[in-house]
Design a protein around this ligand. Structure first.
Ligand code: ACO
Length: 330
């Protein structure tokens, strides 16, 4: 039998119970609910309980995706967890997720860090591994506890991010031209300084002084990221449409990385795709990095925004600066 396609068999997502509104943030830092909403499109975000880590959220999203796919943990032979906030620096949080779910020990399990493009990077990787015929069912998860790496005293970043997880279950199909029909990944490695954590890695291991200075928190040059993000998402979307000889009007739904509504609107304008064909939920989640695309994908499916035969475009950018796009035919 020829297995030539990788299809999405199920989706799931999870958000921590605690919701932090712009009003609540405005009580602790020098900002206003209007500033946050008009500059970013965000109204509220979910924040984990103190004892909840990335792998806990990943497990919940994965359980929902497995249930949707009508598969059991025992069916999974590949697990990729896209995250920039693993529970520990070592080992991979994917192994913790494997253990908590009861995924067999013969399954390949690893983390992948491409920041906010992480889910699309992981989807393309898993899809190629499934198409190779060597893996049967993959769990691809994007999960982040960004609340652990943002400086809650820095108003230029803390208002933008949230916690959450999204997952998909992938499998094989003998039907050609369905499922993940293509992806385009790339990176602008000359722009690593636009969004980074200065200390705590191998170049500058954490010290008491680096922690006192807050150098274990995320630093961002917002305006520069904004400009490069629009360019990268526009190019990633255009390239993949061209590669697959598709016109923008053939895309029934775009699921963009949810970082800033103004970035999404600018991309929509460049691509000449109306905003009503973009799925937007960042008003309720903020930027959840690699969880943003799979959470939006799960919500869009469950809201009936994706039908049989539709073509969905996923597009994202993230620290690195990485970018990626993927096309899914349902
Ligand atoms: N509340 C009130 N005022 C604020 C706040 C705040 N929370 N944050 C910044 N300001 C002030 C600034 O200090 C500045 O004041 P000044 O003019 O006196 O200097 C003013 O507001 C304007 O700031 P800008 O940075 O020019 O505002 P801008 O319109 O560019 O919006 C934002 C800032 C929202 C950060 C925007 O640039 C953005 O979204 N950039 C992209 C960020 C992004 O997407 N990052 C995620 C990357 S994905 C990943 O991998 C994690």
């Amino acid at each position: 039998m020829v297995h030539n396609s990788c299809v999405i068999l199920g989706t799931g997502s999870y958000a921590p119970a605690r919701v932090v509104t712009n009003d609540e943030l405005a009580k602790t830092i020098d900002t206003s609910p209007e500033w946050i909403f008009t500059r970013s499109g965000i109204r509220e975000r979910h924040i984990t309980a103190p004892n909840e880590a990335t792998s806990d959220m990943a497990v919940e999203a994965a359980k929902a995706a497995l249930h949707d796919a009508k598969l059991a943990a025992a069916d999974i032979d590949l697990l990729i967890l896209a995250t920039l906030t693993p529970d520990l620096l070592l080992p991979a949080a994917a192994c913790q997720v494997q253990h908590k779910l009861g995924i067999p020990t013969h399954a390949a399990c690893f983390d992948l860090n491409a920041a906010c493009s992480g889910f699309i990077y992981a989807l393309d990787t898993a899809s190629a591994m499934i198409q190779s015929g060597r893996y049967k069912h993959a769990l691809v998860i994007g999960a982040e506890k960004l609340s652990a790496i943002v400086d809650w005293k820095d108003r230029t970043t803390c208002v933008l991010f949230g916690d959450g997880a999204g997952a998909v279950v992938l499998g094989r199909s003998t039907k050609a031209g369905v499922g993940v029909i293509g992806a385009k990944l790339g990176a602008y490695g000359d722009s690593t300084d636009l969004l980074y954590i200065p200390k705590g890695g191998s170049r500058h291991p954490a010290t008491a002084a680096s922690i006192a200075a807050g150098d274990h928190f995320m630093k961002m040059k917002g305006k520069e990221v904004f400009k490069l993000a629009v360019r990268a998402m526009d190019e990633a979307a255009r390239d993949i449409l061209e590669q697959h000889h598709l016109r923008a009007d053939q895309i029934t739904l775009v699921i963009p990385h949810q970082a800033n509504l103004r970035i999404i609107e600018a991309v929509a304008q460049y691509l000449e795709i109306p905003m009503d064909r973009f799925y937007v939920n960042l008003d309720r989640y903020g930027n959840t990095s690699s969880a943003s695309v799979p959470i939006a994908l799960d919500e869009a499916r469950k809201a009936g925004r994706i039908k049989h035969g539709d073509i969905t475009l996923l597009v994202a950018f993230g620290a690195g600066l990485t970018y990626g796009s993927a096309l899914i035919r349902w």
